[in-house]
Design a protein around this ligand. Structure first.
Ligand code: SF4
Ligand code: MG
Length: 333
């Protein structure tokens, strides 16, 4: 039984012009101790899918799924009280902006203590010991001093370490990290990723890392979900994905990696942007930006072919880096 088992997840928001499907048809099955990545540009619905899983979206969001289970418990059937016990305890999440996730009015110690009190309990002294332990575990020097610090007295990297300490304070079995390094300096980014991977290994928790950066995926994940405009466009293990991307969007993301771009002066970027609520094209949502798009792509929305384990959302999935698309015949690759 998978630890997190989600099938056919959809999230719709009511807008003045009707329902907007921010996420549609996302499947993710994470086993105990696995490291997954959800990758895509901003606007791909990565955060929304995971916030929906955590039950953290505002009530105006309509969340539906064919299946949504954590450790065999149907999340959709739980009362909000039961759900709160899981969220923040067995399943926890960290976000991009550590500074805005911490409360500026309370010390680091008070905020960690509050988490532990809510989910684990224990005496004041036990909780204090646990907090010191956690700060040491996430690599904060001099925990006895830092525990009394206020968020503004810490750097972005230190604040993210505190957020991680809070997220693991209740020994979660699943940690979701939403762009945890995007707001940080490059040198600090690597340290935070290393920390997350070390904690994952030490504790055996499962980790889902949300990122827009294929470089981060390469260094961390074993399994990858690629999302575009709220749709899951392919799902593969990291080696196969890098060797044989099946979806043209994945191929485009990969070709923007510095090591793949070769010694061109400028990194190739994917022309255009992810379509928003008002400019979704007909047919395949990626068609305005796809180098292989045909008339058929502009008219008919693709569905994954039966028997495709990557569940590629494309009329012409790439095979060993070659597109069988009629439009692609003669396209130099
Ligand atoms: Fe490109 Fe067509 Fe595949 Fe969409 S369906 S990704 S437009 S080839
Ligand atoms: Mg996001």
């Amino acid at each position: 039984m998978a630890l997190l088992d989600i099938e056919g997840l959809s999230v719709r928001f009511k807008t003045s012009s009707g329902l907007f499907a921010a996420v549609e048809g996302v499947d993710i099955n994470v086993d105990r101790g696995e490291v997954w990545s959800i990758v895509g540009e901003s606007g791909s619905g990565k955060s929304v899918s995971m916030l929906a899983t955590m039950g953290l979206l505002p009530w105006t969001a309509q969340v539906t799924a064919d299946k949504m289970a954590f450790d065999g418990q149907d999340l959709q059937q739980l009362s909000s009280r039961q759900r709160r016990r899981i969220v923040g305890g067995e399943m926890s999440m960290i976000f991009q902006e550590p500074m805005s996730s911490l409360n500026p009015c309370f010390t680091v110690g008070t905020q960690i203590d509050e988490m532990i009190k809510q989910h684990l309990g224990g005496t004041r002294r036990e909780r204090h010991e646990r907090a010191l332990d956690l700060l040491a575990q996430v690599g904060i020097p001099d925990p006895a001093r830092r525990i009394k610090a206020y968020p503004h007295q810490m750097s972005g990297g230190m604040s993210q370490r505190v957020m991680i300490a809070m997220a693991i304070s209740c020994n979660p079995r699943l940690l979701i990290a939403d762009e945890p390094t995007t707001a940080l300096d490059v040198t600090i980014q690597a340290q935070i990723l290393e920390l997350l991977l070390r904690l994952q290994e030490d504790t055996g928790m499962a980790l889902i890392l949300i990122t827009h950066d294929m470089g981060v995926v390469a260094e961390t994940a074993k399994h990858v979900v690629v999302q575009y405009a709220g749709r899951q466009v392919e799902k593969q293990d990291v080696k196969s994905l890098f060797a044989n991307p099946r979806h043209p969007y994945t191929e485009a993301l990969l070709s923007a990696l510095p090591e793949r771009a070769g010694d061109q002066d400028r990194l190739p970027t994917i022309p255009g942007v992810v379509p928003g609520q008002h400019d979704r094209p007909s047919g395949c949502l990626f068609n305005p930006r796809c180098r292989y798009a045909t008339e058929h792509c502009r008219e008919v929305e693709p569905v994954p072919a039966a028997g495709d384990p990557a569940r590629t959302l494309c009329h012409y999935p790439l095979e060993d880096g070659i597109s069988p698309s009629p439009a692609a015949a003669g396209v130099a690759r």
